[in-house]
Design a protein around this ligand. Structure first.
Ligand code: NAD
Length: 298
């Protein structure tokens, strides 16, 4: 498997495609934004004039697109990936989308004779650049075996979550929990600070007690507690509130489709909705602490 088509060269896709080029693959790239294509060509990729042209000769197709509708249109639309890909090509969608849509597209791909994986990622833009992403994969084990040599050039951990769509389910379970943990940590820190506690001391106490979690350990939402966290650079960079809101919406859709109770996930989605509406959609998701302390630049 030498010739790869990569479609969707945004914040995540561009560095992922660059890592494949650096690993020696022949990578044909396409994005709706010509400047994104040009930047990859400079890194050694080959430009395609359309998605259809990019995939025609490729052994594997990787897509990294914003949301459901982009994936549906690109794969299922007239002249899309399923109409244009070479027989036997392996299809890998790394976008974060609804599990239902991932299953629908995988089903259509299977009917046309293609093996397809949903392979959403965790690790953010830093992980994409460093080639240390976590891939959370749904689909046939045999297809994952074929995909591994590619995924290993872009990521460090590769998990097989189950059948088609399972990668998306596992990804949004994780991100729903992360949203809950972040909001809960922000709430607890705010309570302590309102009582006059030092947020760094309180964080240290909770990080070594039973409230311990990832946000306290590496991503503290209170400004000044952790130099490396987005909270200490006015919530710039990191994982945007709008993206967290999207993932929390996907989690609610997933919960409705199987009648699961996800009350905390529902509440935290509402909190992130209010926070985004208050003008924080572009800030890192840890800025949710401002919903509690009411001090935007604290
Ligand atoms: P992005 O908006 O930066 O990039 C998406 C790219 O897709 C854009 O360059 C856009 O022009 C292109 N595109 C859209 N429709 C297209 C089409 N039909 N044909 C060709 N190109 C098309 O988004 P991103 O931050 O790279 O995120 C991509 C996916 O990864 C999303 O589903 C997101 O939820 C997920 N994700 C993002 C992060 C993160 O930290 N940014 C982390 C994990 C997962």
């Amino acid at each position: 498997m030498q010739h790869i088509a990569f479609i969707g060269l945004g914040n995540m896709g561009a560095p992922m495609a660059r890592n494949l080029v650096a690993a020696g693959f022949h990578v044909s790239v396409f994005d709706l934004a010509p400047e994104a294509v040009a930047a990859l060509v400079e890194a050694g990729a080959t430009a395609a004039q359309s998605a259809s042209a990019a995939v025609q000769a490729a052994d594997a197709v990787i897509t990294m697109l914003p949301a459901n509708k982009h994936v549906q249109e690109l794969y299922l639309g007239q002249g899309g990936v399923l109409d244009s890909a070479k027989a036997g090509a392996l299809l890998i969608d790394c976008s974060t989308i609804a599990a239902e849509v991932a299953r629908q597209v995988a089903q259509a791909a299977t009917e046309r004779g293609f093996a397809m994986l949903d392979a959403p990622v965790s690790g953010g833009t830093a992980g994409a650049q460093a080639g240390t992403l976590t891939f959370i994969v749904g689909g046939e084990a045999e297809a994952l075996l074929r995909a591994r040599p590619l995924l290993e050039k872009m990521g460090k951990n590769i998990f097989h979550a189950g059948a088609a769509g399972a990668g998306q389910v596992a990804k949004i379970c994780n991100n729903m929990l992360l949203g809950i943990l972040m909001a809960g940590t922000a709430e607890a820190l705010n309570l302590g600070v309102a009582h006059g506690l030092d947020p760094a001391v309180l964080s240290d106490i909770m990080a070594k007690s039973s409230g311990r979690n990832w946000t306290l350990e590496v991503y503290n939402p209170w400004p000044g507690v952790m130099d490396t966290a987005p909270a200490s650079r006015n919530y710039s960079g990191g994982f945007g509130t709008a993206l967290m809101l999207k993932d929390l919406g996907l989690a609610q859709q997933a919960s409705l489709s199987v009648n699961a109770a996800t009350p905390l996930g529902g509440l935290v989605r509402q909190l992130y909705q209010l926070h985004a509406q208050a003008g924080h959609a572009g800030q890192d998701f840890s800025s949710i602490v401002q919903l509690f302390n009411g001090e935007p630049d604290k």
